[in-house]
Design a protein around this ligand. Sequence first.
Ligand SMILES: Nc1ncnc2c1ncn2[C@@H]1O[C@H](COP(=O)(O)OP(=O)(O)OP(=O)(O)O)[C@@H](O)[C@H]1O
Ligand SMILES: [Mg+2]
Length: 327
Amino acid sequence: MKGAPKTGIVTVTLNPAVDQTLDVPGFTAGAVNRAVAETRTAGGKGINVAAFLASCFPGGGPVPVTATGFLGEDNVGVFEALFRRRHIHDHCLRVPGSSRVNVKVVDREGRSVTDINLPGLEVRAESWRALLAAVDGLAASNGTFVLAGSVPAGVPETAYAELTAHLRARGAFVAVDASGAPLRHAVAARPDMIKPNVHELSDLLGRPLSTREEVVAAARELCGTGITLAVVSMGADGAVFVEGGRALLAVPPPVTVASTVGAGDAMVAGVLAARLEGGDLEACARRGTAFAAGTLARLGPELPPPDRIAELMAAVRVEELQGFGTS
Ligand SMILES: Nc1ncnc2c1ncn2[C@@H]1O[C@H](COP(=O)(O)OP(=O)(O)OP(=O)(O)O)[C@@H](O)[C@H]1O
Ligand SMILES: [Mg+2]
């Protein structure tokens, strides 16, 4: 034992986003258009994971949830409002500029969606060093860290690898949800958990993963390198969960889909919530899948009420996968 257990969870979001949705009936490019409604929500993968966790452990309950990373000081309001509403501890570093804004122009009449993504933050070397120090400080009182999403300009591609190495040395449990080069470097630093989707995993390994057997063999290969828990999500086909020679397939029950954005983030939150309560691999698969399925019916990073989550958990189909890829 290394002293008192550290129950808190910290999510690290290096490249947060503001999702701005404009409701523009009959949107026409090259013409003057009128928006009839506008919504802005705080986003970015780590922020979403914090929001899901905070709604499952409300009021700062038994598991305090902390968000850190960078926020552009010009548009912090939407993030601060979310943190206040959900009782998320705000340890984000303010840096000059705006967090990236992703504009969605929705034309319900024409059933079209137009995306305009603005450039993100440019982070200075001293801010990156300050963040490493802040994360180190948080490791003194928190035992679980989620490193999620893309890496902004100015931060090295090895960011998640560096953070993973620091945090593992402090005895923390580290989950990484990233893609491309940052994921590749992070995997080499052996986080405790990763949750790529099947495309991110195929990109990481440089080979197509067309069958479930290939997906499970790939997840198993990663576990062979020292990662404890590999979760590979496959959209509507569910996800495989591989840990310690065991592999499970979890398929969600049929649900209404309003938006699939953030389903992967909800899955990460659900798996960690189950782990923190001492759940086994099946509990992680059920809770992760129920969180993901639960958020599909909603537009923002929100979960349905606890009784609906319990219903979804019971309805998740979990199958033990036998005799997979043991070459
Ligand atoms: N269309 C869908 N129908 C039913 N379940 C879905 C659907 N899309 C996603 N899910 C559920 O959500 C989980 C995660 O989804 P997905 O594989 O799309 O994650 P992702 O690509 O990491 O998403 P993101 O990074 O955008 O949050 C799936 O394993 C599944 O349980
Ligand atoms: Mg994802």
